[in-house]
Design a protein around this ligand. Sequence first.
Ligand SMILES: Cc1cc2nc3c(=O)[nH]c(=O)nc-3n(C[C@H](O)[C@H](O)[C@H](O)COP(=O)(O)OP(=O)(O)OC[C@H]3O[C@@H](n4cnc5c(N)ncnc54)[C@H](O)[C@@H]3O)c2cc1C
Length: 376
Amino acid sequence: MDALIIGAGVGGLAVARVLLAAGHRVRIFERAAARRTGGKAVLIWSNGNAVLSDLGVSLDGAGARIDRIDALTAGGKVRTSMNVAHAADRYGFVTQSIACRDLLDRLAAGLPGDLIRYGVGCERVAQDDSRVTATFTDGSTATADLLIGADGHHSVVRRALWGEGAVQPATFGTWQGLSPIDIEITDTSRHLMISGREGACGLMPAGKGLLQWWFDTRWSPADPRPAAPLAELRRRFGHWASPVPEVLAAATEDDLEFFGHHWNRIRRVWGEGRITLAGDAAHTMPPTLGQGANQTLEDAWVLGRELANGGGGDVAARLRAYETARYPHISLVSRLAKRNPANWRTPPMLARLFPETMQTGLLARFSNRLTQGGRR
Ligand SMILES: Cc1cc2nc3c(=O)[nH]c(=O)nc-3n(C[C@H](O)[C@H](O)[C@H](O)COP(=O)(O)OP(=O)(O)OC[C@H]3O[C@@H](n4cnc5c(N)ncnc54)[C@H](O)[C@@H]3O)c2cc1C
């Protein structure tokens, strides 16, 4: 079969790999002028790493292995420790951080050179009983048997299927950077999650002397961008226990990137006819569980399984089978990501009424419940 993929992020590249392996013809259309070279590092858990291995993508030598996640109070007290190495022992795949640019490079390695057209944004999609057509910003069109919208959390393809307003802002946003900051954990396999009244901070080794650091604060789309965000972060978090002040001292404005988080209710059927979605386009969620990219990789794997065995069959039925297979799992992960207490960024006035350890305690209880098999 002939497939169009909109977006060359984690989802688009992973889907391309599985479809090519199954013998389909694939074309990817990417709005950006070139593959991303900056940006954050993400955590690839055992589930994502298992899919990558199946796609023939190795993360060896990239990022850093993560064996332990410690949840701390703002005062520096360890409230709980997650033994992530246990998952590696159990499932045979390690959890590791990796810069998004390295992940994209590895997903793209070995793909045909002319597979991706850069600098063409999809403007609209249309279909009839036998074909689907995408129209691009440069006026060109492409027609195929099926189309996968892997165009992220502002997806044009999703908007064509679901209309406006399906994705809601979450209550918080993240200021983050990936930079060479030399603190005690930078060259270890220990990841810190620190929470307190002012918000949350994450510190994750990212390999080769790099540290992925972030600060979560309350946010709404109407909020103006602070004139000096780093100064604001220092004011807000600078009194927390070490190593937070050291990280803030070493960070620069140039390192800083902001993400306002969003969430959508997962639909049992998220595509229509010959069109489906993968990744954030289908399931945008706050990054509190670090599962967005991992779930995107799972999408690609399941889609590949449903579209295996070459052409033939009812395309629409195969795409619906993929969505049905993904629904129970992704809707659970998405709900957990939304309900995670780390999202409950209490307004400062209210936060003063709670003991400092309360938010960390809630996060610890939530993590324990999650690691006991998702019972709620
Ligand atoms: C701060 C932060 C931390 C995160 N941490 C983690 C983590 O630790 N672990 C984890 O698993 N996940 C994490 N995530 C989530 C993860 O980044 C996403 O879930 C993942 O990138 C989704 O991949 P995607 O391919 O669906 O979308 P994207 O990566 O957004 O890719 C979409 C692509 O489509 C392109 N595009 C958009 N519109 C169009 C158009 N109209 N036409 C053509 N191309 C288009 C974009 O340019 C982009 O290249 C985090 C997210 C954030 C914001």
